[in-house]
Design a protein around this ligand. Structure first.
Ligand code: ADP
Ligand code: ASP
Ligand code: MG
Length: 449
C-alpha cells in the first residue's frame, strides 16, 4: 500500500480563494496527500451557530447573507463556476428553507444539520479549486462513513463502523481520486446529520486516518506549529519542533485551541504521526507529534482557556452520603456538560465548566443543570475566570516542579489550584482580566532562554 497522508485544512486555510489556492499548492507538492478534510471557511460556523440561536428570521437572514457573501466570493474566482453552481445552490436553498421558519425553535437534529452547511459548502468549493489545478479531486459526503451516535452537538464516533464504512465506500475512490471531505460532520445510523463539537475537524481527520491506516495526519492552520503558548498572547512564544502524544493531548485538553482535544486519541491508538503547520508558510516547517520524542523537558507549554465558570456546591449531605458526587455528575452528564477541574472539601465541591468551549456541546443548557443542582444543595456560580495550565513532564511531584514555578505562582492571585492528579499538568484559575498578564509572567520565568 503506498503511503497515505490525511491533510486537514482549517477555517483560515480555506477562508477565501487565495487561501484555498495555497492549500492546493501543498496538495500538489505532496503526492501522499490523498484524503483531505476541510473545515468551514473562517466565520461561517459562527454565523450558523447564530442562526440556530435566534428566533428572528430577519437576524437569521443577515447571518445567511454573510455565509452567501463568503461562498460567492470564492465561486466568482473559479474558472468553471458552472461546474459547482448546482451543488452550491442546492445547499443554500435547503439552508434558506430552514432559516425561514418563523418563530421556530430548532430541534437538536436540525441544529446539527444547520451547522453542517459550512463544511459542506467549503468542500464543494475546494474540490473545484483542486480540479482547476489538474488534481483529480472528488468531493465525498463524509456522512456515508463518519458514523456517530445521536448525541447531537457533540456526537460520539463509532470507530468500528467508521473503519468498515471507509473500507467499503472511501478506499475504492482512492485508486483514481484525491478525496475531499468535510470535517466536523457525521451521520447517525438513521443517516441524520450530526456534529462532533466545535473545532472537531481535527478529530475528523484523525478518525479517518485511523480508519484508513494512514501514516500521517497533517493539521494545516494559521500558525507554524504548536508553540510554548498561544503566539497571540506573547511574542516570546516559541514553536516546539517535536512533542509527545501525551504532552500534545494535555495541551489540547487544556485549551491550546490549535488542535481539538480528541484528535490525539485515534493517533495514539494507531500510532499515526501528527504534523501541525501553517498553510500560509508551509516551508517554515512545523510541529511533529509522535509516540517517542527525544527531549521531555520539565516545562513544555502554558495553555489558557478563558471564560470558565466555577460552580461551588455546598451541602451537609456531602459528609455522609457517598452518592452526593454521583448525583452531581449524573446531572452534569445528562446536560452534556463536561467538568475540567474538581476540588472537594468536607461539605463542598468546586467544579469548573468549559462553557462554550470545545469540551462541552455547543447547545448544552448550563442554567437548566444548575437549577436541578439547586434542588439538593447550595449552588454558587462565578463566571469570568480563566483556566491556566502549565504542561510538562513529572509535574505531579514537588520534585518535578521547580522553585521557579512556585515562586511565580506565589505572586499570582489564584482562585483555585489543581496539582498532583496528573504528571503532565498543574492548573489554576485566575480572573479573566488578569489571565494574559499571568501567562506572560509565567512564560517569562519558565521559558526565558
Ligand atoms: P483552524 O481554524 O485552522 O482549526 P484554530 O483557530 O482552531 O485554527 O487554531 C489555531 C489557533 O490556535 C492559532 O491561531 C492560535 O491563536 C491558537 N493557539 C492556542 N494555543 C496555541 C499554541 N500553544 N500554539 C499554537 N497556536 C495556539
Ligand atoms: N467548523 C467547525 C468549527 O468552527 C469545526 C472546525 O473548524 O474544526 O467549530
Ligand atoms: Mg481548529
Amino acid at each position: 500500500m503506498p503511503n497515505l497522508t490525511v491533510a486537514k485544512f482549517g477555517g483560515s486555510s480555506v477562508a477565501d480563494y487565495a487561501a484555498m489556492s495555497r492549500c492546493a499548492d501543498i496538495v500538489l507538492s505532496q503526492p501522499d496527500i490523498r484524503v483531505i478534510v476541510v473545515s468551514a471557511s473562517s466565520g461561517v460556523t459562527n454565523l450558523l451557530v447564530d442562526i440556530t440561536q435566534v428566533s428572528s428570521v430577519e437576524t437569521r437572514l443577515l447571518a445567511l447573507q454573510g455565509i452567501e457573501d463568503i461562498t460567492f466570493a470564492v465561486l466568482d474566482k473559479l474558472q468553471h463556476k458552472e461546474a459547482v453552481m448546482p451543488s452550491i445552490q442546492a445547499l443554500l436553498q435547503r439552508l434558506t428553507t430552514l432559516v425561514k421558519q418563523d418563530n421556530y425553535k430548532f430541534s437538536p437534529a436540525e441544529k446539527d444539520e444547520i451547522l453542517s452547511f459550512g463544511e459542506r459548502l467549503s468542500s464543494v468549493l475546494f474540490s473545484q479549486v483542486l480540479l482547476e489545478r489538474n488534481i483529480a479531486a472528488y468531493c465525498f459526503d463524509v456522512r456515508q462513513v463518519m458514523r456517530t451516535d445521536s448525541h447531537f452537538g457533540k456526537a460520539e464516533p463509532d470507530i468500528k463502523q467508521i473503519k468498515t464504512l471507509c473500507l467499503e465506500k472511501l478506499v475504492p475512490l482512492l485508486n483514481h481520486s484525491v478525496v475531499v471531505t468535510q470535517g466536523f460532520v457525521g451521520g447517525n445510523e438513521l443517516l441524520q446529520t450530526t456534529t462532533l463539537g466545535r473545532g472537531g475537524s481535527d478529530y475528523s481527520a484523525a478518525l479517518l486516518a485511523e480508519a484508513l491506516t494512514a501514516d500521517v495526519v497533517q493539521i494545516w492552520t494559521d500558525v507554524v506549529g504548536i508553540f510554548t503558548t498561544d503566539p497571540r498572547l506573547t511574542e516570546q512564544a516559541r514553536c516546539i519542533n517535536e512533542l509527545s502524544f501525551d504532552e500534545a493531548a494535555e495541551m489540547a485538553t487544556f485549551g491550546a485551541r490549535v488542535i481539538h482535544p480528541a484528535t490525539l486519541l485515534p493517533a495514539i491508538r494507531q500510532n499515526i504521526a501528527v504534523f501541525v503547520g501553517s498553510s500560509r508558510e508551509p516551508n517554515l516547517g512545523g510541529t511533529w507529534i509522535a509516540k517517542d520524542v527525544e527531549n521531555r523537558p520539565a516545562y513544555r507549554a502554558i495553555a489558557l482557556r478563558k471564560s470558565q465558570t466555577l460552580i461551588t456546591l455546598k451541602s451537609p449531605e456531602m459528609l455522609h452520603a457517598a452518592g452526593f458526587l454521583t448525583r452531581v455528575f449524573d446531572i452534569l452528564s445528562r446536560h452534556d456538560i463536561s467538568v475540567d477541574l474538581v476540588t472537594t472539601s468536607e461539605i463542598s465541591v468546586a467544579l469548573t465548566l468549559d462553557q462554550g468551549g470545545m469540551t462541552t456541546a455547543f447547545n448544552c443548557d448550563i442554567d437548566l443543570a444548575l437549577s436541578e443542582l439547586e434542588q439538593f444543595c447550595d449552588v454558587s456560580v462565578e463566571r469570568g475566570l480563566s483556566l491556566i495550565a502549565v504542561i510538562g513532564n513529572h509535574l505531579h511531584s514537588n520534585e518535578g516542579v521547580s522553585g521557579e514555578l512556585f515562586n511565580t505562582l506565589e505572586r499570582i492571585n489564584m482562585r483555585l489550584i489543581c496539582h498532583g492528579a496528573s504528571k503532565h499538568n498543574l492548573c489554576f484559575l485566575v480572573q479573566d482580566s488578569e489571565a494574559v498578564a499571568v501567562v506572560k509572567q509565567l512564560h517569562n520565568s519558565l521559558f526565558a532562554a
